[in-house]
Design a protein around this ligand. Structure first.
Ligand code: G1P
Length: 289
């Protein structure tokens, strides 16, 4: 079975949930403590064995491209001042992987974004949606790749969500295959709680067979007037095996203002030094009340 080496990152979205800050800063560049959110996703892809990173990007995303590029002036500056640790840190970002960029000329949805990378994906490939940062001992993409190595086909990450939240996710109709692996029969993008076929939600990690492109080309515009990857997967699942893995890990939802803020506090509490600062602020505020 061919190895999965490429990971796509659809990052052309306008980030309207975070306006005004995303007027000039890509939402993927918002920091989670001292690293931008996108950095965590790229680290996960690399730790899972994907050395080729393809960003599907659009207007106003230059900061993201620059972040993963060499920064000659900064490197020189740090070197001349013998700041070796910082120098190595900066250099390590651009050498994380091989980076390439494809443009999505119009914001027509996740399915359409993936289709923009078709000329570069003739082998199975991975997709990471950066809104979800997942902290886990084994990278989630690696958990999916392990299942693909055993069962073949395409594989997506799943998580059980409260019934009231089904309309925020793609939801699957699936049959338990073994332990945490499900065989997927059907998928619905963002159903209301009474229309959801289960409480198993798609979380932004996918291993896809290139046959997905033909399915994307055949779907109509779906939820939100966009070409939805979920609808293409629904069509694919009728012809090929599609597996779902209830992953093991702690998800930080950085796709909304509230989720992102909560994620910062959570990460802060996981860091011994920052934990003290968070608790100190809470104590001070409590004292005022
Ligand atoms: C996308 C997918 C959806 C999935 C979600 C996971 O939606 O379309 O199926 O459940 O990511 O985060 P988005 O959150 O981009 O609207």
């Amino acid at each position: 079975m061919s190895e999965v080496r490429k990971c796509l990152f659809p990052v052309a979205g306008l980030g309207t949930r975070f306006l005004p800050v995303t007027k000039e800063i890509p939402k993927e560049m918002l920091p989670l403590i001292d690293k931008p959110v996108i950095h965590y996703g790229v680290e996960e892809a690399v730790a899972s064995g994907c050395r080729q990173i393809i960003f599907i990007t659009g207007r106003g995303k230059r900061a993201l491209e620059d972040y993963f590029d060499r920064s000659y002036e900064l490197e020189q500056f740090l070197k001349e001042r013998n700041k070796e640790d910082l120098y190595n840190l900066i250099l390590s970002i651009s050498s994380l992987a091989d980076f390439a960029y494809v443009r999505q000329p119009e914001p027509l949805g996740l399915g359409h974004a993936i289709l923009c990378a078709e000329p570069f994906c003739s082998e199975p490939f991975a997709v990471i949606l950066t809104d979800d940062v997942i902290i886990s001992s084994k990278p989630v993409l690696r958990q999916l790749l392990d299942v693909r190595e055993k069962l073949g086909g395409s594989v997506i990450a799943l998580e059980r969500v409260p019934h009231e939240e089904t309309e925020r996710y793609g939801i699957v109709d699936a049959r338990l295959y073994s332990d945490n692996v499900y065989q997927i029969n059907d998928l619905v993008e963002k159903p209301s709680k009474d229309k959801a076929p289960s409480d198993l939600a798609i979380i932004g990690r996918y291993i896809l067979s290139p046959t997905i492109f033909a399915h994307i080309r055949n779907i109509d515009r779906g939820e939100g007037g966009e070409y939805q990857l979920t609808d293409a997967l629904r069509s694919l699942a009728r012809e090929e095996p599609l597996w779902g893995v209830v992953y093991d890990g702690d998800r930080l939802d950085c796709g909304t203002k509230m989720g992102w803020f909560k994620s910062i506090i959570k990460r802060g509490l996981q860091d011994p030094e920052l934990k003290e600062v968070v608790l100190e602020v809470l104590r001070e505020e409590e004292y005022k009340e």
